[in-house]
Structures are given as C-alpha cells and as structure tokens.
Design a protein around this ligand. Structure first.
Ligand code: URA
Length: 236
C-alpha cells in the first residue's frame, strides 16, 4: 500500500472524520512508529508503519464485508427519499465507509444480503459468468408442480430472454427451494408468473457456499469471517 495522509487513513475506517483527526493530532494522540504526528497531512504506509491512537494500535481494514439478515420493508439501496434502506441497518461505527448492497432483494424479500465497499467482490458474486449460486425458499399461492420443475431446469423464457437453468426442489405443497446462477429484476417472481403462480413469500438462504446463519436475527448485521468470505465466492 502506498503512503497516504494520516487523516485519510483514519477517516477511511468510517469511525472518525478528517476534522476529528485534526483535533486528535493537535492533542498529540496519534503516533507513527513511536513519533508523535504533528500534522494531519503527514503520510504513513499502513502495511509498514505502526499507527497508534491513544497508545493503541489503529487497525486498518482495507475492505469491509457484512452479512445482513434483511427484513421485509427495506429497499436494497444506499439512499431513498421515502423508504427505509438496508444501509440503515449497518452499525453506526461503519456508516462513514462507502458500503453498498452487493445485489438487490425486493422490498418484500427477506434473507441473506451482502454489504461491502469492495466493488470487485460485488462483481464476482453477481456476474452470471462467475456462476455463483443463490438459493431461495419460496412460498406460492398455488401448488408447486413438476411442470414448473422441468421448465426451470430447461430455462424459463422471460420477456428479457431465456433464463439460465435453475434448480427447483419441491419442499411442500406450496413451498419450494430455487437455486439461481444469475440475478435479474424480480426473476423468481417472474419465473413463477409464467406458470400462473404468485410468490407470497421469498427468502434467500444462501449465496455461493455461504448460508444465512441461524443465529443472525432479522435486521441484524455482522462482519464476515475470512472463512465465510471464502465460502461466499464459491461457485455453484
Ligand atoms: N427474485 C425475485 O423475484 N425477487 C428477489 O428479491 C430475488 C429474486
């Protein structure tokens, strides 16, 4: 990593603003390799230099990866004038980072969502070329049929083209699990719509090899572990 201004490094973590850093510098609260920082414009290299704030190591995370158990009623956007966004569920300490949802779930869809400031990861898990699977639990207003199952496996024709083959596992009379390897607008609702079925409940349980943990309650958000990040990027 290159040399960067100390105020930029500290502010990049979302907890403090650049003017906060100036205040800290004035109070001699920051050191780099044991020397007190005297100007917020002083530069440091986070890979080589030890930055201490109030005598404690200031840990710099270059990228942030969060999993969210999305509840109903939130839109998958960073801001919206009228509606609540999933960003409102991110812990306050991370709000200063440029986090965005990696992919969309409809306002009435619940389940696993990834929020990150890493555009490359977002591309890697969303691009149809990468074949990262997404698994959904679905409840319909009418019984699930073998005709739907066969049609999904062959590729449902929507008005914006034929879908990639999708796996439909029948779980109950009106419930199923669907595995997609792409993500088009309202895709599952439109696929079932081709069979005259309405989706009454949609819940995402997995992306790649990462499953929504049972102990992550609706509305809760936490950082991914290194192992979970690896699982997320696994191809389907
Ligand atoms: N398919 C849909 O129709 N909606 C979602 O939120 C996700 C997949």
């Amino acid at each position: 990593m290159a040399m960067e201004r100390i105020d930029k490094i500290i502010a990049s973590q979302g907890l403090y603003s650049r003017s906060d850093v100036k205040y800290m510098v004035n109070r001699k609260r920051i050191t780099v390799d044991g020397k007190v920082v005297t100007s917020a414009s002083q530069k440091a290299d986070v890979d080589r230099n030890e930055i201490l704030l109030d005598g404690k190591p200031f840990v710099v995370k270059k990228q942030i990866y969060l999993m969210l158990h999305k509840p109903m009623g939130y839109v998958s956007a960073t801001e919206d004038k009228k509606q609540q966004t999933v960003l409102e569920l991110v812990p306050a300490a991370l709000k200063g980072r440029d986090i965005f949802p990696a992919g969309r779930l409809d306002k009435d869809t619940t389940g696993l969502m990834i929020l990150t400031d890493d555009g490359v990861l977002a591309h890697n898990i969303l691009s149809p070329k990468k074949h990262v699977q997404k698994i959904y639990r679905v409840e319909l207003d009418i019984p699930v049929t073998e005709e739907m199952q066969k049609g999904f496996a062959e590729g449902v024709a929507l008005n914006d083209g034929v879908c990639k083959d999708a796996k439909l596992t029948i779980l109950g009379e009106k419930t199923a699990e669907v595995t997609l390897r792409e993500g088009r607008y309202h895709q599952i609702k439109r696929m079932f719509g081709c069979y005259g079925a309405k989706v009454v409940r949609l819940h995402r349980i997995a992306m790649g090899g990462l499953f929504l943990p049972e102990d992550l309650a609706e509305g809760e958000c936490r950082e991914l572990t290194a192992e979970e990040l690896e699982k997320l990027q696994k191809r389907g």
